[in-house]
Design a protein around this ligand. Structure first.
Ligand SMILES: Nc1ncnc2c1ncn2[C@@H]1O[C@H](COP(=O)(O)OP(=O)(O)OP(=O)(O)O)[C@@H](O)[C@H]1O
Ligand SMILES: [Mg+2]
Length: 348
């Protein structure tokens, strides 16, 4: 499916974030960390946007802000063109929770072991007033069928421990679908599963998007998985959006040194990824001590003096493809690098 350009939509995008920011206070020290900095992006109807980045880059925080499990510190969130009011409480919050559903990493932890699958799936149907009486069972069975657990009735009587990890994640997906959401936030939905069943779950999510037009934010550490699943991919570094564009462009030909580094560090068992020629240097950044300019500057082999002065803007680097790197500004890129490139002659 070709990448969807949300700007081409005449109907409002499924999701729009504008300057979304989350500052957490840390302990009683009065210190704070900004986990998400001014994130602006949109997601078209029926689009899958992959969200990738190292551990601590802010991926889950973005999902939790959208689901309103955290209140944003600044910024605007729009769902289908409706601005989500702040503070959001009571009926407004219940309405948002119906429209946006999360799928978490660990299906073992997500399902109450004391209840049957039928009970677990009936709850959202009742809470959101979507079924009553006998219709509840019919809808539960239909949900199980939709996620490939057929015949539904034979699974509804089971408890979570009677199912495999992959089957449990299918139940979690069915529970998310029960509320008829417009947007699914899938936070590493396959990383707790055996490699052999990851593809099954990814194919189920793709199939649901194709059949039911769901919009989805797909969070993952795995670049190959992001490319397989997503129309577009957004890359986060220390809470900043550093690259976004069509999945094949961002992962096949990354234009931000950080994405190149991620790609070069990705497992490459079958030659799927070419090596990007970057050395992995440095550690995941400490959000309490970020440099004043580009957050990636201390690890970047291409850094120029200007990278220490301020956060670079996003540059257009291809159709629908943007990267936050001054290498795309010919004047700034002409500055001598702070660190000589590998193989360059040593300074006298
Ligand atoms: N409730 C919280 N209070 C304080 N800091 C938090 C809170 N939640 C997240 N953070 C911090 O925000 C940053 C981003 O965390 P987040 O969980 O969003 O990262 P992530 O990209 O999902 O990482 P991972 O790949 O490990 O899941 C981290 O530094 C984390 O410690
Ligand atoms: Mg996370």
């Amino acid at each position: 499916m070709p990448p969807i350009d949300p700007s081409a939509h005449t109907v409002p995008a499924a999701l729009e974030l504008e300057g979304l920011t989350k500052v957490f206070s840390v302990g009683r020290s009065g210190r704070s960390v900004t986990a998400v900095h001014g994130l602006t992006l949109s997601l078209g109807h029926g689009e899958i946007l992959g969200l990738v980045g190292e551990s601590g880059s802010g991926k889950s925080t973005v999902a939790r802000l959208i689901a309103h499990l955290h209140e944003p510190t600044h910024g605007t969130l729009r769902l289908g063109g409706d601005t989500v009011p702040r503070p959001l409480r009571g009926r407004g919050l219940k309405r948002l929770r119906k429209r946006v559903q999360m799928i978490f990493q660990d299906p073992f932890a997500s399902l109450n072991p004391l209840h049957t699958i039928g009970y677990i799936l009936a709850r959202p149907l009742k809470i959101h007033g979507l079924a009553r009486g006998r219709d509840v069972n019919t809808q539960v069975n239909a949900l199980l069928d939709r996620v490939g657990l057929s015949p539904g009735a034979s699974y509804a009587a089971k408890k979570p421990h009677e199912l495999s990890g992959g089957q449990r994640q299918r139940v979690v997906i069915a529970r998310a679908l029960a509320a008829h959401p417009e947007l699914i936030l899938a936070d590493e939905p396959t990383s707790a599963l055996d490699v052999s069943i990851r593809l099954d779950i990814m194919n189920l999510l793709l199939d649901l998007r194709d059949r039911e037009g769901l919009s989805m934010l797909f969070i993952t550490h795995d670049l190959a998985g992001a490319r397989y699943m997503s129309d577009r991919v957004a890359v986060l570094y220390a809470g900043h959006l550093v690259e976004i564009g069509p999945a094949d462009a961002v992962i096949g030909d990354p234009q931000m040194p950080y994405t190149q580094l991620l790609k070069s560090a990705a497992p490459n068992p079958d030659g799927y990824f070419a090596q990007a020629g970057l050395e992995v240097r440095g550690e995941i950044p400490d959000l309490q001590n970020l440099p004043p300019g580009c957050p990636f500057e201390p690890r970047c082999p291409h850094a120029r003096p200007v990278c220490r002065e301020g956060l670079p803007r996003l540059y257009d680097v291809g159709p629908g493809h943007q990267a936050r790197c001054i290498l795309h500004d010919p004047l700034l890129a002409a500055q001598p690098p702070l660190v000589p490139a590998a193989g360059a002659p040593a300074p006298p």
